[in-house]
Design a protein around this ligand. Structure first.
Ligand code: 6GU
Length: 225
């Protein structure tokens, strides 16, 4: 079973997410266990403070080395993590290929940044990988951690109902997914493409592939390079 630990200053932000969605199903099926850790629990300060003013001045607060290293040491003493991932807008952009790779891990540890970031020494000493989910700035890494965890967990065999479903996702073969339809076959004069009703598996497969390519050409020609 895969284990994911997530360190955050606002773990409640992710609680509901992991208690619903595919992640809940995967947890119930015993495919993954997700552990949220409140960084404040590792503070030695009187009011459980975890951040401090940046040396050199400037706006915003920085998550301090001490509570984070205490938390990390505690978790790392219990098990070996394949990756210790810091979610940060200056990280490597998260893509399907990385989700595939990380889905083979046994233990993953995510650190969510907040405020102005975390003390650089944590990044140097502990972090093995830094991930961004796109070129925009979020208030914290929590949503990014949830995004990454979701993308990873759904790839674990058995996590989604239809075993083959994850394999036909957009991006999984470097192409966008083809259009899909369900009943009724005709709605207000709009008809489902004939081939999908034909029962001819080979033709359907060929049509879908062709539609995938067309859609990718139209919308994301960069993927075809
Ligand atoms: Cl991982 N964190 C934050 N704070 N903002 C982001 C991000 C991560 N990825 C894109 N924007």
């Amino acid at each position: 079973m895969m284990r994911i630990d997530i360190i955050s200053v606002v773990p409640a932000l992710m609680q509901s997410f992991f208690e619903h969605s595919i992640c809940k199903r995967a947890s119930q099926a015993g495919l993954v266990s997700i552990h949220l850790h409140d960084l404040h629990d590792y503070s030695s300060k009187k009011f459980r403070q975890v951040d401090d003013y940046p040396f050199g001045g400037g706006a915003g607060m920085v998550i301090a080395v001490e509570p984070l290293s205490t938390c990390l040491d505690h978790l790392m003493a219990e098990r070996t993590y394949q990756d210790i991932i810091f979610l940060t807008p200056d990280g490597q952009t998260f893509q399907q290929g990385l989700a595939n790779q990380l889905s083979l891990s046994e233990n993953l540890l995510f650190i969510c940044g907040h405020y102005k970031g975390i003390d650089e020494r944590i990044r140097e000493k502990y972090v093995t990988r830094e991930i961004s989910i796109g070129d925009y700035v979020l208030s914290g890494g929590e949503i990014a951690a949830a995004v990454c965890a979701d993308a990873i967990i759904r790839l674990i065999p058995g996590a989604i109902g239809d075993e083959s479903s994850a394999l036909t996702d957009s991006f999984q073969d470097g192409l966008l997914a083809p259009p899909v339809y369900t009943r009724p076959a005709s709605f207000k004069g709009m008809d489902v493409p004939e081939v999908l009703l034909s029962g001819h598996e080979k033709k359907i497969e060929a049509w879908r592939h062709e539609q995938s390519i067309k859609r990718t050409q139209d919308r994301r020609p960069d993927l075809l390079q």
